[in-house]
Design a binder for this molecule. Structure first.
Ligand code: FEO
Length: 407
């Protein structure tokens, strides 16, 4: 690929990671992901963020640099918005090619630069709001935006073009292939990137939602004309679309989220499964969208996105050895880690011979601010009584969600 021109003197260097990889070593990427670096050129040349040293990707990156007649040695300033290795693991090699480069980063990033990259020379720790004049009207200003999503994160704003290099914030999954800007997207492609942004958000950023809201408020006075994130599409026609989406995603932390219900179910021998259809039909009676995921078949990374977006959760799981069915326990633990909070919740499932799943679920979710309605639980196989209860409680949960969202 070639570097993509944003405006005179500003280029994006997107490199795609393929779909077979797991992001952060654990999240499926069925549509891959792009890692975007940026070059800003005045009299001096700045490179904003770098590339992961994986699968020959640095060669793609260097070819993109070459396409605008640059090599690593030509970079005067390296701006590190974020030290996570998807943007920096090639940094030691880059630094050997250009040991004189001046590196700009936050005070919290400097020790990470040493421990991850072994680099301590020519390091400039920025102060919040500090500017760097590259000449020819190109001025970079640095804003600390901690915990989006690492503690050292910052954003860089180029004043003349109104371009905000936001790093992970406003990013999404999905590779960039021939289409790089929001105004080049069809409606379907636009929806695709918003959905990919949601899944990326739920996987990577969700537990730092309070800081996302703070960061967005902090930058509200900037005249942002272009959002240039480190992953996914560049937003230049309507940057508000992705800013507002991220604001909305962050607001789901304290609820309500959308008036939707996510059903996550698991079953050992089919007894819990027998209630799924009736539960779904009960929700549908109230006209709410319902997303259904089977565990362990579906990865928790996918489940997280619809759970984050839904105000209602329905959890189907049997008891297993006096506790929750282990694949569901993994999902619940991930909900705890990612702060899937403030939900209306129904649980159903076979109690086996003893029960215990409900007890463990209640204990593990104590701090998640979940509002449970009465569970449906039975010993052995369900009877017609439980099948009818499934319809009733599915509908009851949906009613609660509607009331919650109407507040
Ligand atoms: Fe794209 Fe948090 O690194």
């Amino acid at each position: 690929m070639k570097a993509v021109k944003i405006t005179e003197g500003i280029h994006c260097l997107p490199v795609n990671l393929e779909s077979y990889q797991l992001f952060e070593g654990m999240w499926p990427m069925p549509n891959g992901i792009s890692i975007n670096s940026y070059v800003v050129q005045g009299d001096k040349t700045a490179l904003i963020d770098l590339i992961e040293d994986v699968n020959g990707k640095p060669a793609d990156f260097e070819a993109e640099l070459q396409s605008i007649s640059l090599a690593p040695k030509d970079i005067d300033y390296l701006i590190i918005n974020h030290m996570e290795p998807d943007h920096t693991s090639w940094l030691p090699i880059f630094h050997r090619k250009n040991p004189d480069v001046q590196i700009y980063l936050t005070a919290k990033a400097a020790p990470l630069l040493k421990t991850f990259g072994g680099i301590e020379e020519n390091v400039h720790v920025i102060s919040d709001g500090e500017s760097l004049d590259l000449g020819q009207g190109k001025i970079l200003t640095f804003y600390e935006t901690p915990n989006i999503h690492w503690p050292e994160t910052m954003m860089t704003f180029e004043q003349s073009s109104g371009t905000l290099f936001s790093c992970d914030a406003f990013g999404s999954y999905g590779t960039l292939n021939d289409v790089y800007f929001d105004d080049q997207l069809s409606t379907t492609q636009h929806d695709f990137f918003i959905n990919e942004a949601l899944r990326y958000y739920a996987n990577i950023v969700a537990s730092f939602s309070t800081f996302v809201t703070k960061g967005i408020n902090r930058l509200a006075d900037l005249d942002v004309k272009v959002i240039a994130p480190s992953h996914g599409i560049i937003w230049r026609e309507n940057p508000r679309a992705i800013i507002d989406s991220y604001s909305r995603f962050a607001s789901y932390l304290n609820g309500p989220a959308e008036p939707e219900v996510t059903v996550i179910w698991s079953s050992m021998y089919g007894n819990t499964e027998k209630l799924v259809n009736n539960i779904v039909q009960g929700v549908r009676k109230e006209g709410l969208p319902v997303h259904v995921h089977r565990v362990p078949e579906e990865h928790v990374g996918v489940i997280l996105a619809s759970a984050w977006k839904s105000s209602g959760l329905i959890l189907g799981m049997p008891t297993y050895e006096y506790e929750m069915f282990p694949p569901m326990a993994w999902v619940i633990d991930m909900f705890r880690r990612k702060k899937v909070w403030n939900k209306k919740v129904l649980r159903f499932g076979s109690a086996g011979w003893s029960g215990g799943a409900q007890r463990e679920l209640t204990a593990l979710t104590e701090k998640l601010k979940w509002d449970f309605i009465d569970p449906i639980e039975w010993k052995g196989a369900p009877t017609e009584t439980e099948l009818q209860l499934a319809l009733q409680q599915g509908q009851a949960l949906a009613q609660q969600v509607k009331e919650f969202c109407a507040r």
